[in-house]
Design a protein around this ligand. Structure first.
Ligand code: D8T
Ligand code: MG
Length: 386
């Protein structure tokens, strides 16, 4: 069957050109191959060369893999979640990211998320801090979560690997009584042993995984019992194929799956396929209605969801993305049956306005260089974690 087009997302923030180069290499290798053979293409891209893994190569492979699953689903006329074994849940719990420095800033951002239908949010626990820093940065972090919890929302806290061990263990202890949903990347992913120590120090669930790129990268965290929640990113971990495999692996360690996704709607739609079908899925990150500053020089923002033909598939109701629209209440069973799956579209279940993507992209690349994160330095001038 010819003419079937699949979409994938390989976004690696701050490293656009590196991923473009890696994708160019994959294109060169696989033009003319049979798109049905996803496993063979994945294994060839991963194994048939000396260097493997890491953010750049795996993000490129992720984009390719998501597009191949989209093609397969469209050819067979079924959603990808059907091909992964069918649905195990009717709707998918989500959380939205919030930003802001002061307690009142994060409070207001949380109120806005609540009005969008979210029942859970995530925010950065602190700014980047040094090996030893003033205790006031810790009390400021506590004040922020206290303020957000006043909204009644559940709150995940992202340490973002910005703290070192001496400060991270203090902050984790101070936050514990406030019962965050989880603390994320309490240390950098180079420290599995130290993260395992931290996970024995507090009862708060430890989450991590956006900077792990294969099943093998998760292995030490599982063997050391360092994490409670795995957060692979479908655009960095090897696509739908590897996200599905990571889900099964982590399930055997009683570790839940909360796919990381501050990216665009293609990545989110890919996550949904696994969320709907994976037994140990917990909650899905999504960036719905965040306006990304994708045109930094001109300070112009874009809502990535405007590129969808039917963005309403991502509307949130009572904290969930509805797998199923509409409902029928059967009183004799005293339960609600949901009808008409909204992620029932073939492939990854979304339609992209390709012309709009092409026009915006041409306009962008002719005028701007790709986004790069700024460099932060402490008071003494030494560079800080981002
Ligand atoms: O968990 C999150 O959403 C953040 O850690 C982002 O992935 C990070 O700032 C890179 O964009
Ligand atoms: Mg994070």
């Amino acid at each position: 069957m010819s003419g079937v087009v699949g979409w994938g997302e390989a976004t690696l923030e701050g490293h656009t050109q590196a991923v473009e180069g890696a994708l160019g290499d994959l294109t060169h290798r696989f033009v003319g191959w049979d798109a049905d053979n996803i496993q063979d293409i994945w294994q060839t891209a991963y194994r048939a060369r000396f260097y493997r893994g890491g953010p750049v190569l795996m993000s490129a492979l992720s984009g390719l893999d998501i597009a191949l699953w989209d093609i397969k689903g469209k050819k067979l006329g079924v959603p990808v979640w059907q091909l992964l074994g069918g649905k195990v849940r009717d709707r998918v719990k989500v959380y939205g990211w919030i930003g802001g420095d002061s307690p009142s800033d994060v409070y207001n951002a949380a109120v806005e998320r609540k009005s969008q239908g979210f029942t859970a949010v995530k925010m950065n626990a602190t700014d980047s801090i040094g090996w030893l820093d003033s205790p006031s940065v810790l009390t400021d972090a506590v004040a922020r979560i206290e303020e957000v919890k006043r909204t009644g929302l559940d709150v995940g806290l992202d340490f973002h690997g910005r703290l070192h061990k001496g400060m991270a263990k203090q902050l984790a202890k101070l936050l514990e009584p406030h019962m965050p949903l989880f603390i994320e990347e309490p240390l950098l992913p180079t420290q599995p042993e130290e993260i395992a120590d931290l996970s024995r120090l507090v009862s708060t669930p430890i989450a991590l995984g956006e900077r792990l790129y294969t099943r093998s990268d998760f292995r030490p965290y599982l063997e050391k019992r360092a994490i409670d929640i795995a957060q692979p990113d479908v655009s960095h971990c090897g696509g739908i194929s590897e996200l599905h495999r990571i889900a099964s692996l982590t399930e055997t360690y009683d570790v839940g799956l909360a796919p990381h996704c501050p990216l665009g709607p293609i990545a989110l739609a890919a996550c949904m396929q696994v969320a709907i079908s994976a037994p140990n899925f917990v909650i899905q990150e999504m960036s719905w209605k965040i306006h990304y500053n994708v045109f930094p020089e001109s300070n112009q923002e874009a809502d990535l969801y405007t590129y969808l033909s039917h963005p309403s598939v991502f509307e949130i109701k009572e904290g969930y993305l509805g797998l199923l629209h509409g409902k029928l209440t059967v009183s004799s069973l005293s339960r609600t049956l949901y009808l008409m799956p909204c992620f029932a579209g073939p492939g990854i279940g979304i339609e992209i306005n390709e012309q709009l993507v092409r026009e915006t992209s041409a306009n962008y690349t002719s005028k701007h260089t790709p986004w790069k994160n700024p460099v932060w330095r402490g008071e003494d001038g030494f560079v800080r974690e981002w």
